[in-house]
Design a protein around this ligand. Structure first.
Ligand SMILES: Cc1cc2nc3c(=O)[nH]c(=O)nc-3n(C[C@H](O)[C@H](O)[C@H](O)COP(=O)(O)OP(=O)(O)OC[C@H]3O[C@@H](n4cnc5c(N)ncnc54)[C@H](O)[C@@H]3O)c2cc1C
Length: 472
């Protein structure tokens, strides 16, 4: 790319254009992403740190005319596709404003915001927006691929609460998209949104938080040698037919602050009296003959939303992978098979794995997520009682540790393959047609391909979820 062309873009932007010539600033921009391992691997042409919608339009038009790939990222920058080789990265980190209309119970969210930016404003009105379960994860990346939060069993996926978008199209036009203006694009945006344009603003329906936003939560922990017994009891408990959707129980394998491997149940109980919520936790804490540590307490939901932040900090090396699984709760063979797979997987983690940032997480995603009509959004792969994720962090910038970490994560999904029902785009970017169809079933895929042909026939937006297609 000729330097004078980039200079003309720089002159046209109100925000900053950071090129490879701006050595220190370029290194800082490249290192800003959450995953240090990915930061080291991608070498973009430039970063356009846009000041607003006009800068986005200018950059899209420039890249399209000059046939330069576009990558997009927000403040969160958690995804592998926020940077790409020789691309201009449109960085929305300065566009993080959130405005709440408490009367209409709507939030207007600038697309660079992260979950914490949203909670900060919505909690003022005792309202909640579903966001990711780590508050420094960007809202855009979560929302564009479906979006599952701590309370999704109660409130559904993020896409189920979105009522509209403002976005910049491949032709550089600014459009508002909702059910009335463009129902097909509105459908496609809610599950495969990164492929159709650059969102500048999300409009999201908020829900009331009962009990002034106070819930019961925080981990109940056991030594890992109790994992088989405790996880079996937990699986039987979550298989009960009479449960309220306001009760979510997660299961986790992690390390205690002093470095011992532990397992735990993380209850999330909304809208109950303190006594009733505590009684539920008493029942859980009795699993396995009694918990080692109980941290469950009454706390603001915003504290829960930020509870994992420090355990998954920026600028570490990470690999993660996940699948949705399901089983017949009456099938004891299935339960023991899943429990054995989890126990074995945790016992086989590489010795170098970080004791702070390595986890197996079993997150409930049934309830309202599964009840929504799969055809109502392009986030159609909603089957599955549990979203099972394997996350590992390694200390050294060492490719052999990356390879071993990837293998450990792949083994996790392989061990659960018998129960695998669907795959979640946001933590398992597809690498083949078969994997793509686990994310988007064939009828959804056909509809998405027709939509892509209509709104972005030249594949201007190919660096996000559509990357698999771009490489075909
Ligand atoms: C620590 C951690 C916790 C997570 N927890 C959850 C969770 O609880 N629930 C969940 O559902 N997922 C979760 N995820 C997965 C997460 O949804 C994806 O990694 C997501 O892509 C991250 O979004 P981001 O905005 O931070 O990343 P970014 O890198 O900023 O953006 C992600 C991708 O989205 C696209 N994009 C970003 N902004 C725009 C825009 N304005 N317009 C168009 N496209 C855009 C681009 O393709 C970009 O590559 C988690 C991931 C991590 C690393």
């Amino acid at each position: 790319m000729a330097d004078n062309a980039l200079a003309s873009l720089k002159g046209a932007l109100r925000g900053a254009l950071i090129t490879r010539d701006d050595k220190d600033a370029f290194t800082a921009a490249r290192s800003r992403g959450w995953n240090r391992d990915l930061n080291a691997r991608a070498n973009p042409l430039a970063f356009a740190v846009v000041s607003g919608v006009r800068d986005i339009v200018t950059t899209v038009n420039f890249c399209r005319s000059n046939k330069i790939p576009i990558a997009v990222r927000g403040k969160g920058a958690h995804s592998p596709y926020g940077m790409a080789n020789d691309a201009v990265v449109i960085d929305l980190m300065k566009m993080t404003a959130v405005r709440v209309d408490p009367q209409k119970k709507l939030a207007y969210i600038q697309a660079g915001a992260d979950g914490g930016d949203i909670d900060h404003e919505t909690a003022l009105h005792n309202l909640i927006c579903i966001t990711g379960s780590v508050s420094h994860t960007g809202f855009a990346g979560v929302a564009l691929g479906g979006g599952l939060g701590h309370l999704s069993r109660w409130l559904g996926a993020v896409v189920d609460s979105i009522v509209g978008y403002e976005m910049v199209t491949a032709e550089g036009k600014v459009v508002r998209v909702d059910e009335a203006t463009d129902p097909e694009l509105f459908w496609g945006m809610r599950g495969n949104g990164a492929s159709f344009g650059i969102v500048t603003e999300f409009v999201v329906r908020l829900r009331d938080m009962p009990n002034s936003g106070i819930i019961r939560s925080a981990p109940i922990l056991w030594p890992v040698d109790k994992a088989k017994e405790v996880m079996t009891s937990w699986m039987e408990r979550i298989g009960r037919a009479d449960r309220k959707e306001t009760e979510t129980l997660q299961f986790v394998y992690m390390h205690s602050p002093d470095g011992h491997p532990v397992c735990g149940v993380v209850p999330l109980i909304v809208g109950e009296t303190e006594a009733a919520a505590k009684a539920t936790c008493d029942e859980l804490a009795a699993f396995g003959g009694g918990a080692l540590v109980r941290q469950d307490t009454q706390l603001p939901y915003t504290a829960l939303q930020a509870a994992l932040d420090g355990l998954l900090p920026f600028n570490q090396n990470y690999w993660d992978k996940g699948v949705f699984i399901d089983w017949d709760p009456r099938d004891g063979g299935a339960v023991s098979s899943i429990v054995n797979a989890a126990v074995k997987q945790w016992s086989e983690k590489p010795a170098f794995a970080s004791k702070v940032s390595t986890f197996l997480i079993f997150m409930e995603v049934s309830g309202a997520v599964a009840k929504a009509d799969p055809a109502s959004t392009s986030f159609a792969a909603r089957k599955g009682r549990l979203w099972c994720s394997c996350i590992i962090s390694w200390p050294d910038d060492d490719v052999s540790q990356r390879a071993a970490s990837k293998m450990w994560c792949n083994e996790f999904t392989a061990k659960l393959s018998r129960f695998h029902v669907t795959t979640y785009l946001n933590n398992a970017m597809p690498e083949s047609e078969v994997e793509m169809l686990e994310v988007f079933p064939q009828d959804t895929m056909n509809r998405l391909r027709s939509l892509k042909q209509k709104v972005d026939p030249d594949n201007v937006f190919k660096m996000g979820a559509w990357q698999y297609e771009a490489n075909m």
